[in-house]
Design a protein around this ligand. Structure first.
Ligand code: SG5
Ligand code: ZN
Length: 263
């Protein structure tokens, strides 16, 4: 079966220079959340995010998404609780989105895709010294996922949207400060699904505890249009490519259980 292979070969993508073989492949991401097959776990506590907006530093276009980066040299922005035993430091957030509103998210719920998905990335500061260490280790990373739907304009997101034209091309970086990623989370963060998975971009390491919010957030069509106006390509390239469809294909569940914090 798809789960017995020793290596996972990922799909090709503009920034994935060649098909990438990763060892393991038993717990890759993203996946479909089949709601009826999830298991309620009453021990799953609420997540506790304590973010200091002053740790926000910059936005950069890495040729696959735009990444909002945080100073993670101290414990000023941390995540704990939920399924997590340890304390995790915020290092960045980014999004995945489609060219149309019919797809774009990496995860799906009962096979339903969303136009975009937010990922808030944290690393285990109790077990490791640096993100680079945690990225390849079991229990190294914790990522919060939030689905985006098209609807009302999102006030918190607008400050970010206004800054995006400055990072239109691959490789561009712009200072971006005082932004609290908690403003992008749904009001109810107590209801979530969690499972053991991997990064969805190279190095695809199986280090991630995923926490997917049950409740989505709404953003306007115009806000998403600004995401879609970004480019995969650098200013020097002759043929410019719109940054859209920057999601990984779904991966087999391989016998994993998805737990839910709610009944
Ligand atoms: C890792 O995974 C990558 C991010 C990548 C996310 O955090 O970091 C590294 O590999 C650095 C050693 O890539 C970068 O930050 C560029 C160096 O984020 C992206 O590429 C944006 C999509 C992906 O994490 S995810 O599994 O939550 N999608
Ligand atoms: Zn991601």
């Amino acid at each position: 079966s798809a789960c017995s292979s020793k290596f996972v070969v990922s799909q090709m993508h503009p920034i994935w220079q060649e098909p990438l073989a990763v060892p393991g492949g038993e717990r890759q991401s993203p996946i479909d959340i089949a709601v009826r097959r999830t298991q309620f776990d009453p021990r799953l506590r609420p997540l506790q995010m304590r973010y200091d907006p002053r740790t926000c530093q910059q936005i950069w276009n890495n040729g696959y998404s735009f990444i909002v980066e945080y100073d993670d040299t101290s414990d000023r922005s941390v995540l704990q609780g939920g399924p997590l035993e340890d304390r995790f430091r915020l290092c960045q957030f980014h999004f995945h989105w489609g060219e149309s509103n019919a797809w774009g998210s990496e995860h799906s719920v009962d096979r339903r895709l969303f136009p975009a998905e937010l990922h808030v990335v944290h690393w285990n500061r109790d077990k490791y010294n640096l993100f680079e260490e945690a990225v390849s280790e079991d229990n190294g990373l914790a990522v919060i996922g939030v689905f985006l739907k098209v609807g009302k304009r999102h006030e918190g997101l607008q400050k970010l949207v206004d800054a995006l034209p400055a990072v239109r091309h691959k490789g561009s970086v712009v200072e971006f400060t005082k932004f609290d990623p908690a403003c992008l989370l749904p009001e109810n963060t107590e209801e979530y699904w969690t499972y053991s998975g991997s990064l969805t971009t190279p190095p695809l390491t199986e280090a991630v505890t995923w926490m997917l919010m049950k409740h989505h957030i709404e953003v306007s069509h115009d806000q998403l249009a600004v995401f879609r106006s970004l480019l995969f390509t650098s200013a020097e390239e002759e043929v410019q490519k719109s940054m859209v469809n920057n999601f990984r294909v779904q991966q087999p569940l391989c016998g994993r259980t998805v737990r839910s914090s709610f009944n």
